[in-house]
Design a protein around this ligand. Structure first.
Ligand code: GRF
Length: 207
């Protein structure tokens, strides 16, 4: 017998997720699907924010009727301007957790401190191996037998911070950056919702 998700308890607010993205948005969609299906229980997406106005992920957020915010060039000229604007949106949205989902900008230490311990990221490698750009290519070029993805809490350094969950994939003979990236991405779509659900469950609402 399948069991439908528990209804939210009256008087208890849903957990509020904000998403930051710069591109395709497939991890955002996996998170949004998990919220809709109750795999991330008692949660809602309160803001989808992009530093790239034309990011496909933002269009997908709008199609789902979610609050989507795109920076325009003037507002997002410098990191200080960009972060001031994003923090203003987040202050309004009051997220419990901020999920970086292919957000291609480094966050300043001040931004990270403002939401310390509540910013999550997904990276397409088994951290601490292969942080930074082109993680799949790095794993291939290093001759690894396996790679995968990591969901972690964001700290002030790039792709570092406490690891919440990893999923592994074998690297197969003949793998290219494209084939390996596609197999890792499938695992990312499982890992991120699972990690968010676990993170929220272990961190009861404060309000
Ligand atoms: C993913 O590979 C993620 O691990 C990395 O950026 C990519 C974003 O893909 N941080 P998408 O925009 O979620 O499809």
């Amino acid at each position: 017998m399948t069991r439908s998700p528990d209804p939210p308890i009256a008087g208890i607010d849903k957990r509020r997720l904000a998403i930051l993205l710069s591109g395709r948005g497939s991890n955002f969609e996996a998170i949004a699907d998990a919220v809709s299906s109750g795999r991330i229980p008692d949660a809602e997406i309160v803001a989808v924010i992009s530093d790239v106005a034309a990011a496909p992920g933002l269009g997908r957020a709008r199609q789902r009727g979610l609050p989507a915010f795109a920076g325009d060039r003037a507002e997002f000229r410098s990191r200080a301007d960009r972060e001031r604007r994003i923090l203003a949106i987040l202050d309004e949205a009051r997220p419990d957790v901020i999920c970086l989902a292919g957000y291609m900008r480094l966050l300043s230490p001040a931004f990270v401190a403002r939401y310390a311990g509540r910013i999550l990221n997904i990276h397409p490698a088994l951290l601490p191996k292969f942080p930074g750009l082109d993680a799949q290519r790095q794993a291939l070029e290093a001759g690894e037998a396996e790679s995968g993805c990591t969901v972690h809490v964001v700290d002030e350094s790039t792709d570092s911070g406490p690891i919440l969950l990893q999923k592994r994939v074998s690297i197969l003979p003949g793998d290219t950056v494209e084939t390996l990236s596609a197999r890792i991405l499938e695992q990312e779509h499982e890992a991120y919702p699972e990690a968010i659900a676990r993170f929220l469950a272990e961190r009861p609402p404060t309000g």
